[in-house]
Ligand binder design. Structure first.
Ligand code: NAP
Length: 274
């Protein structure tokens, strides 16, 4: 489709942003649905975030996604934030409705739907999240409401304590653990650290302590060494591509009001993800 005078612009604000896979799946979805929208990457430095958010209004963009490091920092610049994003304490999707900017967060739902699609239910399970950064917030929000118990471990202990106390205040109970020696206690283990992004990264946990039939998830978009080793131990595994897909599908629906063509988005992602 040609870009016209009526083309609606969305995109993603990040710092860095070059690595994003979202333009592939969103533009494939717009094109498939015959929607006159485009999705572009915007390199936005932290000190320019307020200007960039104001530009959504000024340029009459229909909204954007936010990625590292803007998800938490964006909240003060929005007109309103929905209940879910407030409880997570971070926004990954902004909608512009006639100049009024609303913040949403589709990451937690994206994570849950991706696992449900694989027949994995989180209700009643004993869960461990390794990591306490932005991604852990959304996943932790979902798990603290739906799992039987949620434990959090992080290299920087204070950040795990802060996340657990935030989640306990807004949604449900989360307990901080100081080491990872009891891995076999959990039904599901989620790596939400950035360990595994590089091939020579150390493992985020000792895979020798895993037992068959445990579920191991990595929020990284590809098959990591952690997932390969977990499979060798007989565990079920899931990588982060499904979460990326579903958080994007929910954002697409928020911007366009159209049912997302999930299979088209998935094909676009799979064709580009290594
Ligand atoms: P973040 O806010 O920067 O948090 C990074 C986390 O990794 C922190 O808990 C940090 O621990 C930990 N970490 C970093 N280096 C470490 C090391 N050498 N040893 C131990 N822990 C280390 O990043 P994020 O946004 O949460 O992203 C985390 C991961 O999730 C990334 O791999 C990202 O690609 C992925 N992600 C996936 C999706 C998806 O849709 N699938 C969405 C968002 C993020 P400290 O607190 O000690 O620094």
């Amino acid at each position: 489709m040609q870009i016209s005078g009526k083309t609606k612009i969305t995109g993603i604000f990040g710092w860095p942003v070059e690595h994003t896979l979202s333009p592939y799946m969103q533009n494939a979805a717009f094109s498939h649905c015959g929607l006159d929208y485009r999705y572009l990457p915007f390199l936005v430095s932290p000190d320019r975030l307020s200007n960039a958010i104001e530009a959504i209004r000024s340029l009459n963009m229909c909204g954007v996604n936010l990625t590292i490091p803007h998800k938490e920092a964006s909240l003060p610049f929005l007109d309103s934030v929905d209940e879910e994003a407030l409880a997570i304490g971070a926004v990954n999707t902004i909608i512009n409705t006639k100049g009024r900017l609303t913040g949403h967060n589709t990451d937690g739902r994206g994570f849950a739907t991706a696992l449900q699609e694989q027949g994995i239910t989180l209700e009643g399970c004993k869960a461990l999240i390794v990591g306490a950064g932005g991604a852990s917030r959304a996943v932790g929000h979902y798990l603290s409401r739906n799992a039987k118990s949620l434990h959090i471990y992080n290299r920087t202990h204070e950040k795990a304590v802060a996340l657990a106390s935030f989640l306990s205040r807004t949604t449900g109970n989360a307990i901080v653990v100081k080491d990872l020696s009891f891995l076999s206690d959990y039904d599901i283990i989620i790596n939400a650290t950035s360990l595994g992004l590089k091939d020579d990264d150390p493992l985020p946990l000792d895979t020798d302590l895993l037992s068959p039939f445990q579920i191991v998830c990595d929020l990284i978009y590809r098959q990591t060494t952690l997932l390969m080793k977990a499979q060798q131990k007989g565990c079920r595994t899931a990588n982060g591509l499904g979460m990326l897909l579903w958080q994007g599908a929910y954002a697409f629906e928020l911007w366009t009001g159209t049912r997302p063509p999930v299979d088209v988005m998935r094909t676009a992602l799979l064709s580009i993800a290594k």
